[in-house]
Design a binder for this molecule. Structure first.
Ligand code: ADP
Length: 432
């Protein structure tokens, strides 16, 4: 540009000199200079007009021919236009590739603008939710009106996906996962999880049916075994096998009971049987039951409960979770061991812990302890007769109460299991 500017200055200088010479020759220096300036100005205006006309025409035309500063201006503008065209083509290619790939996806992809209005969606989303072209710029909540979706969408916490029945096909189950992108725009991913959902339903029904159907034959078997054992109708050589049969029947009974409890927790809706539960009396009741259970082992069971702590929840489920922890402590702690139950409130949390000075376990087991049927090898061999379902039940109950289980243990020193209830709205003091 500077080169062109220099050439333009030189040209102006030469042009001025010619005007001065002509002015001197004809004896009208002033007029000649003014006429020269007017001519130069007109030429400038003409060049500007050419630039303007060229800019107004479509951009695929070459720029007008010009020399000096104007030639350089035309070339530079033309260069910028070509660069912009190239970048636009690149961007269009990227966008169409993204659109092609998202179109090929079997999962639905929906782009929402800042207001939550439909901006773009792929064919899978169209198939799953039945959008039409004319639905563009409509709020997504007009199409998915399920109260749980509305709450999820407006809540703004999209860390977990949301499973819902399809608003279009009754038999379908969809999973929605929202993420923010750009400037508060949202991307909604929609997956058809019907197969997984049906499988999960089948699994739940299967367990519920099996545990229900096993109950009657087991009761009959147990009844006959107990009668046979009491009557001593069989000879002494049957004493040991009889004891083993009774033990195994009892174990199967426990298994069926735990499986039934778990399947009820899985199949009943959260929030049913919700009531204000006074935790102090509930724990005192569990302690009394535990004292009976720990009778032979003569363990000390102490209880330190802050008064007047209540919680919204299901008393039956909380009883089941807490007593599972206490029964475990009794089961795994040696005779004359010590078990401490503690209930307290700190800030917006309510905590209940069961601590024992039993054998404890290595920390590496902690992540798996709440899995179904997981038992530490030493417990399997100790003949404590557990089912491996107790802590799975605790975890499920706590999940249903927006709470979590914290586990701490040290080999040879003992273990602490703490139930931590966090949501402030469910924590309620009886004083209030
Ligand atoms: P189980 O019916 O075997 O007790 P749980 O699910 O209740 O099943 O517990 C899983 C495993 O966790 C137990 O098998 C045991 O190894 C371990 N465990 C649970 N509570 C304690 C405890 N208080 N002390 C030591 N180990 C424990």
């Amino acid at each position: 540009m500077l080169q062109g500017f220099g050439a333009e200055l030189r040209r102006l200088g030469l042009y001025g000199a010619v005007c001065v010479i002509i002015g001197l020759i004809i004896g009208h220096l002033g007029y000649t200079l003014v006429a020269g300036m007017v001519f130069y100005l007109c030429w400038m205006l003409w060049q500007m007009r050419r630039l303007n006309q060229w800019l107004l025409r479509k951009h695929d035309e070459d720029p007008p021919e010009a020399s000096g500063l104007w030639g350089e201006v035309f070339d530079n503008v033309y260069g910028l236009q070509r660069l912009q065209r190239y970048e636009k083509q690149n961007l269009e290619a990227v966008i169409s590739r993204v659109q092609e790939s998202t179109s090929a996806l079997r999962d639905g992809v929906i782009v929402l603008d800042r207001r939550g209005y439909l901006d773009w969606w792929n064919p899978a989303a169209q198939r799953l939710l039945g959008f039409k072209v004319s639905d563009r710029n409509q709020p997504i909540l007009n199409f998915i009106r399920h109260p749980r979706f509305v709450e999820y969408f407006e809540g703004g916490d999209y860390s977990d996906p949301l499973d819902l029945p399809s608003p279009r096909f009754n038999a379908k189950q969809l999973q929605f996962h929202i993420t923010y992108f750009g400037r508060s725009e949202r991307l909604v991913l929609v997956r058809d999880v019907t197969r997984l959902y049906n499988l999960e339903q089948m699994r739940q029904n299967f367990i519920a049916n099996v545990s229900h159907e096993l109950r009657t034959p087991l009761t009959v078997l147990k009844g006959y075994l107990e009668t046979l054992d009491d009557s001593r109708a069989l000879g002494a050589e049957w004493d040991k096998p009889m004891q083993q049969m009774l033990q195994q029947a009892q174990r199967m009974n426990l298994l069926v009971n735990d499986l039934t409890t778990l399947s009820k927790l899985e199949t009943t809706e959260v929030g049913l049987n919700q009531q204000k539960v006074a935790l102090g009396p509930l724990i005192e009741r569990i302690r009394n039951e535990a004292l009976v259970l720990a009778g032979d082992k003569q363990q000390r069971i102490s209880c330190e409960c802050m008064p007047d702590i209540t919680l919204m929840g299901s008393e039956k489920e909380l009883h089941s979770a807490f007593s599972n922890l206490v029964v475990n402590a009794i089961k795994y702690t040696q005779a004359e061991g010590e078990i401490r139950l503690k209930l307290w409130r700190e800030r917006d949390r309510v905590c209940f812990s069961v601590t024992d000075n039993g054998p404890g376990f290595e920390r590496k087991h902690i992540p798996q302890l709440t899995q179904r049927f997981y038992r530490i090898e030493s417990s399997r061999n100790s003949g404590t007769g557990g089912t491996g379902l107790g802590l799975a039940i605790v975890k499920h109950v706590l999940l249903r109460h927006d709470a979590e289980l914290q586990i701490d243990s040290e080999v040879g020193k003992g273990s602490t299991f703490t139930c931590v209830f966090t949501p402030p709205e469910s924590v309620d003091s009886a004083k209030n």
